[in-house]
Design a protein around this ligand. Structure first.
Ligand code: GRF
Length: 217
């Protein structure tokens, strides 16, 4: 299966996916890394791993449609079957989503449906939650609203700051995102309305449910 990863920033999730592919935990090829930010560190990670990159800056296109057409052209060229958003900060248009319906995954740093949006970690901390963690979900037309694939939880400590929480949540992200991608690639995810059923979960390498809920962080 051919995968594209979309990033706007540092790309630690991209790195986790690259590593999982390298270790053959995910039997797929990352054919393209797309970034809308010219100096995103994710692009360096892609280059270090010999992965083709595409930089598309929104300001170089008159309309969002033209911007996305350029992306789609390249996705088609690489015959991309799965798109993984990993810190990609642009909303995809409904036309784009329609074209890749049920083939776009995203990782969000809070337990959806709580704390949607771009500041999930800070919002959860400010709200005073005792438990938080990342969510991998399919992308639909809403902001962070698509069917949930995997979630992982950790305890918020009294002395946690945004920085300490970011670090621990990222560790969980780097476990559940490659795992969710592996399940997709192996055809183990079945979307039934809002619910994503994981077919035949008792297979090699899979993170058990109890591990997902408690990584000792
Ligand atoms: C992650 O926290 C992810 O949940 C959010 O954006 C961040 C990306 O981090 N969508 P990185 O670029 O993968 O390090």
């Amino acid at each position: 299966m051919n995968i594209a990863v979309f990033c706007s920033g540092s790309g630690t999730n991209l790195q986790a996916i690259i590593d999982a592919v390298k270790k053959e935990e995910i039997e797929a090829e990352i054919r393209l890394v797309v970034s809308d930010v010219l100096d995103a560190y994710a692009l360096v990670r892609a280059k270090n791993a010999d992965i083709k990159t595409l930089v598309v800056e929104r300001r170089n296109f008159k309309t969002k449609a033209e911007f996305e057409t350029e992306i789609i052209k390249n996705l088609e060229k690489e015959n991309i079957q799965l798109i993984c958003l990993a810190g990609y900060m642009k909303m995809l248009s409904s036309d784009f989503i329609k074209r890749y319906r049920n083939r776009i995954l995203n990782i969000h740093p809070a337990l959806l449906p709580s704390f949607k949006g771009t500041q999930g970690i800070k919002d959860a901390l400010d709200y005073g939650v005792k438990i938080t963690g990342p969510t991998v979900h399919f992308v639909d037309e809403g902001m962070d609203t698509g069917p949930i694939v995997l979630q992982a939880a950790l305890e918020v400590k009294d002395d946690d700051t945004e920085e300490t929480l970011v670090e621990r949540i990222h560790k969980l992200e780097h476990k559940i995102y490659p795992e969710a991608i592996r399940l997709f690639v192996e055809g183990k995810l079945k979307i039934e309305g809002r619910k994503v059923r994981i077919i035949n979960p008792n297979i090699k390498n899979q993170i058990s449910k109890s591990k997902i809920l408690n990584f000792g962080l």
